[in-house]
Design a protein around this ligand. Structure first.
Ligand code: NAP
Length: 383
């Protein structure tokens, strides 16, 4: 049976757009109470995502100016302050709202981080998420929808590892593949392949039978191949990119590119799909969900329309995709790629580490409440 629920908790409050000083660790934040349709989760681990930093720094403008804003859902921004960030929450059910199943008390689970605009399972057009439009997991407790907190009981998967399989990376990765209609046997280039979304893409390609190729740094090649990459291309070597990729695929163009990098590189990625249209049997597809290099790519329209490139923008996936991913997690088909855990009170160190990652960094970083650190964080502390 869970422990009694305190009145206040430790949490990191985002107090406004700006630098690290906007993240304030407090131990007097009221513990939220679950309402009908909700459960209260005692947090044991929450994965970090780029979106935490982007939202804090105000990088979600879709306008062509420098104004620091966040994206607007239904016409108005949903990020208000103070906000507790942290999308990929793992923990145990500590209380249930009116009418909810008390048998869930003590159950371990993973949050589907979306704030869905509707009940539809097949489409998600107004993507917002816990940690942005509502409080997330950089706290000791969080209230979430009962039907989006998915039980994962596998005792061989530590809570921090389960958080590293969180939906912000995995559901985005899966939706990149479904939106581009990837089929078994297709050759798929993954850019930014060593990150949270990239490592998810490599594994998901293998699950659906596609052949993943990675663009990354050479030092990470053995680990990426071990995860499932067929070959790894040095992202810093821009010469003869098309020829090098063609040599790896047996001379055929990539069927599709999953692009997390953007900037000047994207043109090369498209050329690696279009250099021989006679060899193709499907349209070239470019699925975009991130921009680690730059938010702006200069691409001739002729390259797009003459070669009939299908470009799809991807933010969050659907309820059905989240449930499929949980099914694969429960079945042990996805492997967590966890680089390091940090205590919640060290959120500034964690943010700095996340932004200036060392050359060998692979996969995810997880934050663990201090009271849970010995059990759930210390085994994964940064060496
Ligand atoms: N649309 C969505 O819902 C959604 C969800 C999650 C993430 N994203 C976005 O997707 C992108 C990747 O996210 P992530 O969480 O996987 O990131 P991540 O864990 O931070 O990994 C990004 C990887 O990209 C590579 N990289 C970094 N800077 C680069 C540069 N200038 N040029 C090329 N590659 C670079 C690095 O690997 P190497 O050094 O090995 O190349 C790095 O490990 C980000 O832009 C993020 O904001 C979007």
């Amino acid at each position: 049976m869970p422990n009694p629920i305190p009145q206040t908790m430790s949490a990191v409050l985002l107090t406004g757009h700006g630098g690290l000083d906007r993240l304030v660790y407090r131990d007097d934040v009221p513990v939220p109470r679950p309402e009908a349709g909700q459960v209260l989760v005692q947090v044991t681990a929450t994965a970090k995502n780029n979106t935490d930093r982007k939202a804090r720094e105000g990088h979600y403008s879709t306008r062509d100016d420098d104004e620091a804003v966040s994206f607007a859902i239904g016409g108005k921004p949903t990020l208000t302050f103070p906000r507790i960030q942290g999308a990929d929450v793992v923990g145990t059910v500590a209380a249930v709202g009116d009418g909810m199943n008390p048998a869930r008390l003590g159950e371990r689970g993973l949050l589907d981080f979306n704030i869905y605009g509707t009940g539809r399972r097949d489409i998600n057009l107004v993507p917002d998420y816990f940690g942005h439009g509502a409080d997330g997991g950089f706290a000791e407790y969080v209230v979430v929808p009962d039907d989006q907190f998915h039980a994962v009981t596998d005792p061989t998967l530590a809570d921090a590892e389960l958080a590293a399989l969180g939906m912000c990376s995995y559901q985005t990765a899966y939706h990149m593949l479904t939106a581009a209609d990837i089929h078994p046997g297709e050759h798929v280039l993954i850019t930014g392949a060593s990150g949270g979304v990239g490592t998810a893409l490599i594994q998901l390609c293998r699950i659906i039978g596609a052949i993943p190729y990675a663009s990354s740094t050479p030092a990470k090649a053995p680990a990426l191949c071990e995860l499932g990459a067929q070959a790894v291309f040095d992202r810093r070597d821009t010469r003869d990119f098309v020829a090098r990729t063609a040599a790896a695929t047996g001379g055929v163009p990539f069927d599709a590119v999953m692009d997390l990098v953007g900037g000047a590189s994207t043109r090369r990625f498209i050329e690696a799909m279009t250099f021989d249209m006679v060899a193709r049997t499907t349209y070239p597809r470019l699925s975009i969900a991130g921009a680690s290099e730059s938010n702006v790519s200069e691409i001739p329209w002729t390259l797009i329309y003459l070669y009939q490139v299908r470009i799809v923008g991807v933010s969050h996936g659907t309820r059905a995709e989240a449930e499929q991913l949980v099914h694969w997690i429960r079945a042990g088909r996805l492997r967590p790629v966890l680089q390091a855990a940090f205590p919640l009170s060290a959120i500034h160190d964690c943010e700095r580490y996340f932004v200036d990652r060392a050359a060998g960094h692979l996969g995810k970083v997880v934050v663990v409440p201090d009271a849970q650190w010995a059990t759930h964080g210390a085994p994964f502390a940064l060496a």
